[in-house]
Design a protein around this ligand. Sequence first.
Ligand code: HEM
Length: 195
Amino acid sequence: MSDARIPGYDFDNTALPASPVSLEELDKLKASVLFTDADEEALRQAWDVLEDQVEAVLDVWYGFVGSHEHLVAYFSTPEGEPIAAYLDAVRPRFGKWIEDTCTRAYDAQWLAYQQEIAVRHTTDKKNRTDQVDSVPYISMRYLVAFIYPITATMRSFLAAGGHSDEQVEAMHQAWFKAVTLQVALWTRPYVTEQW
Ligand code: HEM
């Protein structure tokens, strides 16, 4: 997955509003999930392993969402009809997010895009990017709950690169921390001043 244009993926848009979360707050959040430089290195290594497996990871995640009516409902019309074009449009953005989670510096631009991803799950911006008529927001509780499947399903992919058990564990823990960190950031537009 390179930097190919993915419709709606806006990471490098410098016109994005700055995140309401400061870099100092991000540092505290990183410390709270025990995210260190070693995790950053482990994520770089993870990307080497995952790069050629992204489609297979997405197949697993889409299979998981697709097999639960209450989850696929978020990619469906308010009447419950799945919108194939919506599922297809978001898929490459999930893939690019895996790459960015592993390879990008967690700086101000990254923070700004975290806020953008967050609002795309809320009434502020869900459906707008893909111009679809779907349900207006995703309940925050499911964002939190997804930390588990998005983490657990990654282990076998990380183990496929021939690394030692210790290295696989380090990559997996780093991934777990990175996902938890991001979901914590994504709660921001849901809870505003209590953040
Ligand atoms: C969008 C990741 C939870 C449904 C996205 C995007 C990413 C992502 C990377 C694309 C952002 C972009 O447009 O660049 C995640 C992760 C989650 C999570 C890591 C939790 C750990 C959920 C849950 C659902 C969901 C629980 C409900 C089934 C969607 C939908 C979109 C989306 C419908 C498209 C939103 C739009 O209209 O722009 N998610 N997500 N996500 N996600 Fe999530």
